[in-house]
Design a protein around this ligand. Structure first.
Ligand code: ATR
Length: 330
């Protein structure tokens, strides 16, 4: 294992996670065709060998495909990994339209199904993926706490929850992680929830820290099944303007001798000690490069220069379509 990796405690649990995790979604869906099982095996083995132990998946990524891919890749190495998965977004296979469900019966059934696909007897961190506004969060968190008692899950998490929901759930059972989109281009968590995680001792898991590739200067949408083509900030004029901001930030990255993706991950980590980024990639070269973000030292002057760019050029377009915003910040 790489000796360069540093580890952190996951919230108030006794689980030790690498300070950078791996987002596995793109291996199955949303950013184009799924990768082969062999490619996923190699990527995940390489991540483990590099010291990454925190793997992020969800039952809905590829309708179970992503969990199965991860299970296969972790055969014989399950003990080295901290598996985080999620339930609560209900979709028909291949369709984006969704409903959100957090009823106790659904939580229990979803957990059972994820355990089977993951071929494991416990999930290390189990999140509700989006907040079901029709089910009191106390009911959802209550059932999750029973799953902890039964040893089926080790820790509980919420994804895209508001500060108020986080506090309510935490009163039922300690919430070890709050996961939300967070990057230089998506700073919504700074409006409250990030501060609440700090107060509660909850880890803040930052997904899409390179803004789905935009902060890697990636031009997405080449593949037919790339959902970014539908996202407002990747379209037309908005994309062109956002790309210009990314290029300004890239100049800064170059002056620091790093890539823009590394700068983006380092920026997220610099915002608070409890932030754990989980950049997603399907490629070993990008994984290796992204882990290099730990070595990027951002000085006060760098952070100010970034603020200057971001305050003079506002990011254009919402991060999701209206459908994708269901259960977000709820
Ligand atoms: P998510 O959390 O949704 O996966 P993200 O981590 O912000 O989003 O970005 C993931 C996207 O950035 C993917 O399209 C990934 O493409 P590859 O699978 O081809 O790597 C891309 N990406 C990841 N690391 C990158 C890097 N170092 N440079 C450029 N693009 C990168």
């Amino acid at each position: 294992m790489s000796t360069d990796m540093t580890f952190k405690k996951l919230g108030n649990s006794d689980i030790r996670i690498s300070s950078i995790g791996l987002g596995c979604m793109g291996l199955s869906e949303f950013y184009g065709a799924p990768v082969s099982r062999e490619a996923a095996d190699k990527l995940i083995a390489h991540a483990l060998d590099s010291g990454v132990n925190f793997f992020d998946t969800a039952d809905m990524y590829g309708s179970g495909h992503n969990e199965e891919l991860l299970a296969h890749a972790l055969k014989g190495r399950r003990d080295e990994a901290v598996i985080a998965t999620k339930f609560g977004i209900v979709r028909k296979k291949g369709e984006y339209a969704r409903t959100v469900c957090g009823t106790p019966e659904y939580v229990r059934q979803a957990c059972h199904d994820s355990l089977r696909r993951l071929q494991t007897d416990h999930i290390d961190l189990y999140y509700i993926h989006r907040i079901d506004v029709d089910t009191p969060i106390e009911d959802t968190a209550g059932e999750m706490s029973r799953l902890v008692e039964e040893g089926k899950i080790r820790a509980i998490g919420l994804s895209e929850a508001s500060s108020a929901t986080l506090r309510r759930a935490h009163a039922v059972h300690p919430v070890s992680a709050l996961q939300s989109e967070y990057s230089m281009f998506t700073r919504d968590p700074e409006r409250g929830v990030l501060g609440v995680t700090q107060k509660l001792g909850t880890s803040f898991v930052a997904y899409s820290p390179i803004c789905r590739g935009l902060l890697g200067l990636l031009k997405p949408g080449g593949e037919e099944k790339d959902f970014r083509k539908a996202l407002p900030r990747f379209q037309g004029e908005a994309y062109e303007r956002n790309r210009e901001i990314a290029e300004r930030l890239d100049e800064l990255a170059q002056s620091k001798g790093c890539t823009l993706a590394q700068l983006s991950i380092a920026w997220v980590m610099a915002q608070s000690e409890n932030v754990i980024p989980i950049p997603g990639t399907t490629k070993i070269c990008n994984l290796t490069s992204n882990l290099g973000a730990s070595a990027v030292a951002l000085e006060e002057a760098d952070l100010l220069a970034i603020e200057e760019i971001l305050s003079t050029h506002s990011v254009q377009g919402a991060r999701y379509t209206e459908e994708g915003m269901k259960g977000v910040n709820a």
